[in-house]
Ligand binder design. Structure first.
Ligand SMILES: Nc1ncnc2c1ncn2[C@@H]1O[C@H](COP(=O)(O)OP(=O)(O)O)[C@@H](O)[C@H]1O
Ligand SMILES: Cc1ncc(C[n+]2csc(CCOP(=O)(O)OP(=O)(O)O)c2C)c(N)n1
Ligand SMILES: [Mg+2]
Length: 323
């Protein structure tokens, strides 16, 4: 099957509706009328074979994840998803693979109320790029630069399970498949925290926010730099009892703080907002506090604390091109 038949048979059926969409898949451009008084939040992320996913992962999960990691960026700003576009580079016209990919993509699109309005399909190494657009009230987006000294630092749920899932997929011979299943599910089916992000922005409950893709050690440092504050993170919240029992404490820190692929939110808020947020979102945990840079400190950074004492941890989140 060739390009235009693939688009017609698979992609054009994903669609979904969104307000203001005058023309979707099928012409040179989509036509969409933005609603008056709203701001557009735009983001784009790519998934490449052997960089972001393995060939053994089901096509359904790759469709889900390609959209989920993008929705996670909308969640991190507090935006409501409205439309997306999809650029697909495929090594061959594998209809079974494409049907399953589209099913995974379409299920999440429907669940999160986002419409696929266009894209591009080419032959080449397997690679998937999604662009998402969301709507937000002007002034309400949760920026990385809005953390204040004194804010509590929170995460939307536990970390590290997806990174354990990746290890298990990479070492199939030593993996107990029954034990591995929930971890691999976290890796393959991230759950973008859209409701939480929108709650934090609409009620102005959150200050700074981002989604955890590369790992807390790397991502939280972006908030520190953008907001010019120091993050004090208590390691007691990272004992890792939800992770496989054979991990040492150091390995459990590595998975939770630098493993990546979590797609949870990390955000800061005033302590007075915490109880209301946790009533709505009971998985939210406080992991530390922001403080001002001391007079002798020049760079914003993260301090890892154990019983109030600084601990030196050599942690590095995921970074493309770094050896
Ligand atoms: N090739 C590029 N051209 C322009 N901007 C880019 C490019 N790559 C990344 N960016 C921008 O750099 C910032 C950080 O990107 P990234 O780390 O990918 O963010 P995220 O983790 O939210 O996906 C974003 O504002 C993104 O739009
Ligand atoms: C096969 C494979 N190897 C490694 C990883 C781990 N990994 C790859 S990219 C990445 C970080 C997130 O991807 P990136 O392109 O940096 O997304 P962004 O931060 O831009 O949202 C992680 C943790 C993986 N998921 N799959
Ligand atoms: Mg990105």
């Amino acid at each position: 099957m060739a390009e235009f038949s693939l688009i017609e048979k698979y992609l054009s059926r994903v669609t979904g509706q969104c307000e203001g969409l005058e023309l979707g898949i099928g012409d040179d451009c989509a036509l969409w009328q933005p609603p008056a008084g709203k701001q557009l939040a735009l983001s784009m992320d790519t998934l490449n074979l052997d960089v972001h996913f393995l060939a053994c992962s089901p096509a359904h999960s790759i469709g889900h994840k390609a959209l989920a990691v993008n929705l996670s960026d909308l969640a991190a700003m507090g935006a409501q998803p409205v439309w997306c576009s999809l650029a697909l580079s495929l090594p061959d016209a594998d209809e079974l693979w494409l049907a399953e990919f589209c099913r995974g993509f379409a299920e999440l699109a429907k669940q999160s109320g986002i419409a696929l309005i266009g894209g591009d399909t080419t032959s080449g190494p397997l690679s998937i790029t999604v662009q998402v657009a969301g709507l937000i009230e002007p002034g309400k987006a949760l920026r990385r630069s809005n953390a204040l000294a004194g804010d509590l630092i929170c995460i939307s749920d536990r970390l590290g399970e997806a990174a354990c899932g990746l290890d298990m997929l990479l070492k199939p011979l030593v993996t107990d498949i029954k034990q591995a299943k929930p971890f691999i599910k976290c890796l393959e089916y991230p759950n973008p925290q859209l409701q939480l992000g929108q709650y934090l922005s609409e009620r102005a409950a959150g200050h700074a926010c981002l989604d955890l893709s590369d790992g807390l050690a790397s991502d939280l440092a972006h908030i520190c730099r953008a907001s010019k504050v120091v993050a004090e993170v208590d390691l007691e919240h990272f004992s890792g009892e939800h992770l496989p029992k054979n991990l040492t404490q150091q390995q459990a820190y590595q998975k939770q703080l630098a493993g990546g692929d979590d797609y949870q939110l990390c955000f800061t808020l005033n302590a007075s907002e915490l109880a209301a947020v946790q009533r709505q979102f009971p998985q939210v945990q406080v992991i530390g506090k922001m403080r001002q840079l001391a007079s002798h400190e020049v760079t914003p950074h993260i301090e890892w604390l154990k019983n109030g004492q600084a601990v030196a941890l050599q942690l590095k989140g995921f970074e493309h091109f770094s050896k």
